[in-house]
Design a protein around this ligand. Structure first.
Ligand code: 5AD
Ligand code: SF4
Length: 492
């Protein structure tokens, strides 16, 4: 469904999620941990697994940092852990079902390791609160997304036989001062959280309830984190937030204001060798200043994830997206006008309440109009407590949702392939990220436009280096290429 699965922002698939957090390269994590605090010999081990969005993944890195300070080191085997944490997602019902299944497996492991604790973190913890402890007797701790600083206290309470619960949602918490331990890192790409929460209240979405009000992180700590990553050899950061374009910060002393475009420029100026990406953009907030910042800086990538959700104005209104089809297509026109080689991707929901066949066709036509290189496509899943659940009937039969989903997936695959075919013969700057999945003879890396390239290795090159590649052949997910030049100035 999504060609570049590793960058999937919202992931229901456990095997893919495992790639995100569970598979920890212990040597790299050891390095990162050393920067924070040395693991205590014979000390305790934690295991953490993340589901859902990149934000959750990034939060798990903050949790790892907090635990490292408490003397915990990580393990990739939950059966060996003293503390098993699962960072959960509530966005669709399927994601929650997966977590419940996993908790049963953890419980079995606990039988063999008495004293081990299991904690549920993130959105599902927030949504179900203490109810989780009643429903799921298997859980010792329930910790919401703004309560991670409280983990040491909650662990102590659970160790004393109590139940550790903190689901308080903050208006201020941004974890700005916590330097995340990079989990499962390839040493090249890293996430930096810049906002938390969401004020948008899309009618289908549970996030405003689970992650609370939107807050922006103080910009100097963001720049410092980016600089620290460059110093450690990282070459790409993705600035993360539920709605990055509404980033806003005001210096309490000078009154100086910073918008998202301003922040982007600050991060781009950290180092020309550091690529800057961002996600997710909201069509109502993606303004021209952001587009001109992308145009101005070579190292801000020419790629925008701009979820449309639906191509029909009536449905967009029911979804409370606060823009209509015309607004969205104007934004698309402007992106291609200011940054002609920009690529765009999207999130799409199929079968939202009362969606007619004609309205579904509007979604197909906006996908074509926008010429997305990739989309994350979902069947509408009713979530408890949302406006849609309270006001509208989930009246589109499952088989209609499925058929519509298949139609948009097929169209997207066709467009992805067409877009890639147009790249054959072209040359792109690529940041090497590591070995290709299929062969240690090949490297993988992405273009500024976020397309995955595979190309034969060349002696002397390593992940974090930039090369120019020429595209030889393609499929809908990959550009098969060869190196034509090494970017010496960027590899210094
Ligand atoms: N049902 C289906 N998809 C959803 N999303 C959010 N809430 C729901 C839901 N209730 C999708 C949206 C969003 C992405 C992160 O997940 O497309 O952009
Ligand atoms: Fe959910 Fe809408 Fe906020 Fe995205 S912008 S997190 S879809 S409420």
């Amino acid at each position: 469904m999504a060609p570049d699965k590793e960058l999937n922002m919202y992931n229901d698939n456990p095997t893919i999620n495992n790639l995100n957090t569970k598979i920890v390269d212990e040597t790299r994590q050891g390095e990162a941990l050393e920067l924070e605090s040395k693991p205590v010999a014979g000390g305790k081990h934690f295991y953490i697994e993340s589901y859902g969005c990149a934000m959750n993944f990034s939060d798990s890195e903050i949790v790892a940092s907090i635990l490292a300070k408490e003397g915990y080191s990580s393990t990739r085997e939950f059966k060996e852990a003293d503390l098993i944490l699962i960072n959960t997602c509530s966005i669709r019902e399927k994601a929650e079902q997966m977590v419940r299944l996993r908790l049963r497996q953890f419980d079995k492991a606990k039988e063999k390791r008495p004293g081990a604790l299991v904690g549920v973190l993130g959105c599902m913890a927030e949504r179900l609160k203490a109810k989780f402890l009643e429903e799921e007797k298997l859980v010792d701790m329930v910790v919401g997304p703004d309560a991670y600083r409280d983990l040491p206290k909650l662990i102590a309470e659970a160790e004393d036989g109590g139940k550790g619960v903190n689901v308080f949602l903050s208006r201020e918490e941004t974890y700005a001062d916590i330097s995340p331990v990079r989990l499962g890192s390839n040493g090249v790409n890293a996430f930096i959280s810049i906002t938390r929460g969401c004020d948008n209240m899309c009618s289908f979405c549970v996030v405003p309830f689970t992650r609370g009000r939107e807050r922006s992180r103080e910009p100097f700590s963001i720049v410092a984190e980016a600089q620290d990553l460059v110093n450690r050899g990282f070459r790409e950061v993705t600035l993360l937030g539920q709605n990055v374009d509404s980033y806003k910060w005001e210096n309490p002393e000078t009154g100086e204001k910073k918008s998202f475009a301003g922040l982007l420029e600050m991060v781009a100026q950290v180092d020309p060798r550091l690529r800057v990406r961002f996600s997710t953009s909201h069509p109502k907030d993606l303004n021209d200043d952001v587009l001109y910042a992308i145009q101005k800086y070579h190292n801000i990538c020419n790629y925008i994830h701009l979820p449309v959700q639906s191509g029909n104005s009536r449905i967009l209104k029911l979804m409370n997206r606060t823009y209509d089809r015309e607004w969205y297509t104007e934004r698309i026109d402007k992106i291609y006008e200011v940054i002609p080689d920009c690529t765009i991707s999207s999130d799409i929901i199929t079968g939202f309440c009362t969606e007619t066949e004609e309205e579904h066709k509007d979604t197909l036509s906006i996908i074509e109009y926008s010429n997305y290189i990739m989309s994350y496509m979902f069947k509408y899943s009713e979530r408890p407590g949302t406006v849609a659940e309270r006001k509208y009937e989930d009246d589109i039969p499952e088989e209609v949702k499925s058929r519509r989903l298949t139609e948009i997936v097929d169209l997207q695959n066709k467009l992805s392939l067409q877009s890639n075919q147009l790249d054959v013969g072209k040359t792109f700057e690529v940041l090497i990220e590591g070995d290709s999945k299929k062969s240690t003879e090949d490297f993988k890396g992405r273009t500024s436009q976020n397309k995955m390239c595979i190309f034969p290795k060349q002696v002397g090159l390593e992940p974090g280096n930039y090369v120019m590649v020429k595209v030889k052949s393609v499929n809908s997910a990959t550009l098969f290429s060869e190196i034509v030049e090494v970017c010496k100035d960027l590899n210094a």
